[in-house]
Write a protein of this length. Structure first.
Length: 60
């Protein structure tokens, strides 16, 4: 089983992405690396999505 974070496609609506990310729709934005959706705004904002961070940590 692959537990690696998956990229959220940028065509996903903000409400669905917010549910997946555990934030409000107004906090959803684009990953600076892959343009997937991530928590881009607010107190837990990240410039790079979880999938890109995991790939970076894995050496990819």
């Amino acid at each position: 089983m692959n537990d690696a974070p998956r990229r959220i496609d940028p065509t996903t609506d903000r409400a669905t992405a917010a549910l997946l990310l555990g934030c409000r729709p107004s906090q959803v934005g684009y990953c600076a690396r892959c343009q997937g959706l991530t928590v881009r705004y607010g107190p837990h904002a990240l410039v790079v999505c979880a999938a890109c961070r995991a790939a970076e940590q894995a050496g990819g």
